[in-house]
Write a protein that binds this ligand. Structure first.
Ligand code: PLP
Length: 480
């Protein structure tokens, strides 16, 4: 048996490369990363897949090792070419973020030390760091010190955590589901629908509150609907307000919604996934009035703090409510209970073992300080306004509401042909060109093109490029 163990040891020790091999791998990875970043200016924001795009399948898992050189080539050719390039300054579709380099270094360190960030007892420093980041976000939102939260993989999971907390706080059991009422705006993000479904609340009554002209939730319509529901013996329980809707960046009127929520005893959730970090700009603070009255707030550092994908956040004002929804005891976890001075991520989320996400957020925030983040956010706001006004000076462009944050909706319409059809052709020719990437949406059945100026790398140069491309493509389409 000893012989067999020793033989196995020899092979299993291959999993621990020596410092020479590590250094060789590091060099190769860093060279590739450097090349990627240094050539971003020549890379497209969007590339339609070529016919050999599925070559990553050639690198399927097998018993034999493959060289890093071959694997990096596979990443280069099979992954980092086709589709949207989320690191590109020209990516203005959906809601991008870019991906800050020091976040990659944070991920690297978190993976090497493999700190167990789910439980305070196991990694007090890691949990303190994540709680410190949550406390910073809580202060930013005007939340009390006692509030808790969690760094999630993204906004969707953050919304799910909030909705389950709301369900538990309002003690909605199976028999209550059909009489409970949820209020959403017509512009709510679809991750809220998904969360309602996963939370087992599909059979609740869901009311879609109409919008005003600025595409914000109409509070008078909300209150009217609640009163009707109460009259019918239903139980209004949850209302969602969005800070920065995905389509247009509109901010729902928080103060009036908070008043209504308070009057009727609703859980107020604020989905600030896109817009939340704009609160870093003092001149925007009035738009956030009353956000601190929400029972829960979600934020997405992988959008407006420019992190690589994989970081969202949820804040829950009432600690007991959060713990009621998520804290769980298990026999094999008995060592972890006594030392619990700090709330552990596993106490307020569905996860137990988790990636130490805090490091990828903390490292860039500390290395750069907050100032360049604020500058970048302010720059995006101004770029959106500039783009909006430039389009205004052009003939035949219909524009959405003046951008409240950094999203602009527009469509070309000169009355000579079906506008929806023309704008579909316009966006597909912009996407085919690929130097910039925009996405589209539809509001009340009307087709709109939208530019979401969010990536920290997007500057005036890219907005000029975008305007030139729009002009060029309109001319091309009009002349054929
Ligand atoms: C992006 C977004 C979400 C979903 O967040 P993910 O990080 O993509 O899961 C939810 N709500 C709003 C308003 C968003 O913009």
């Amino acid at each position: 048996m000893i012989d067999q163990i020793k033989k196995l040891e020899k092979s299993s020790r291959l999993l621990e490369p020596g410092s020479e091999l590590r250094s060789q791998w590091n060099t190769e990875v860093i060279e590739y990363a450097d090349r990627f970043i240094n050539t971003l200016g020549n890379q497209k924001a969007y590339e339609i897949e070529d016919t050999h795009a599925d070559r990553i399948y050639e690198l399927d898992i097998c018993d034999e090792p493959t060289s890093l050189t071959t694997l990096i080539e596979g990443i280069d050719k099979g992954i980092d070419t086709a589709g949207i390039n989320p690191a590109s300054a020209g990516h203005m579709g959906y809601i991008p973020g870019g991906g800050l380099y020091p976040a990659a270094l944070g991920d690297y360190l978190a993976a090497v030390s493999n700190r167990y960030a789910g439980v305070y007892y196991a990694a007090p420093g890691a949990v303190r760091l994540e709680n410190m980041l949550i406390a910073w976000m809580s202060r930013l939102m005007g939340y009390p010190k006692e509030s808790v939260g969690n760094l999630t993989s993204g906004g969707s999971i953050a919304n799910l955590i909030a909705i389950v907390t709301a369900r538990e706080a309002h003690q909605i059991k199976a028999r209550d589901i059909e009489t409970s009422v949820i209020y959403l705006s017509e512009q709510v993000h679809h991750s809220i629908h998904k969360a309602i479904k996963i939370a087992g609340l599909t059979e609740s009554k869901v009311r879609y509150i109409p919008l005003d002209k600025q595409l914000k939730l109409s509070v008078s319509a909300l209150e009217q609907q609640i009163q009707e529901d109460v009259k019918q013996g239903l139980k209004p329980f949850f209302v969602n307000a969005t800070v920065g809707t995905t389509n247009s960046g509109a901010i729902d009127p928080l103060e009036s919604i908070a008043n209504v929520a308070q009057t009727y005893g609703l859980w107020l959730h604020v989905d600030a996934c896109y817009g939340g970090f704009f609160k870093l700009l003092p001149e925007l603070a009035p738009k956030f009035n009353s956000i601190e009255r929400a029972d829960s707030i979600t934020l997405d550092p992988h959008k407006t703090l420019f992190l690589p994908f994989g970081t969202g956040a949820v804040l829950i004002k009432n600690t007991t409510q959060a713990l009621n929804a998520y804290r769980h005891a298990a026999d094999y976890m008995q060592d972890t209970v006594n030392a619990n001075e700090e709330i552990s991520p596993s106490d307020v989320s569905p996860e137990l073992t988790k990636h130490f996400r805090g490091l990828r957020l903390w490292l860039p925030l500390k290395l750069f300080g907050l100032s360049p983040f604020k500058a970048a956010l302010q720059e995006k706001l101004l770029l959106a306004q500039y783009f909006y006004h430039e389009l205004q000076t052009r003939r035949n462009f219909e524009l959405g509401p003046e951008p409240e944050l950094s999203i602009v909706m527009f469509r070309y319409t000169d009355g000579t042909e079906d506008s929806d059809r023309f704008n579909k052709r316009l966006i597909s020719s912009i996407q085919k060109d690929g130097r910039v990437f925009l996405s589209s949406t539809s509001i009340d059945g009307t087709f709109w093109i939208r530019a979401a100026i969010v990536i920290y790398r997007t500057h005036l140069e890219q907005i000029h490029l975008l305007l030139n491309i729009i002009d060029e493509k309109v001319d091309e389409l009009k002349s054929t």
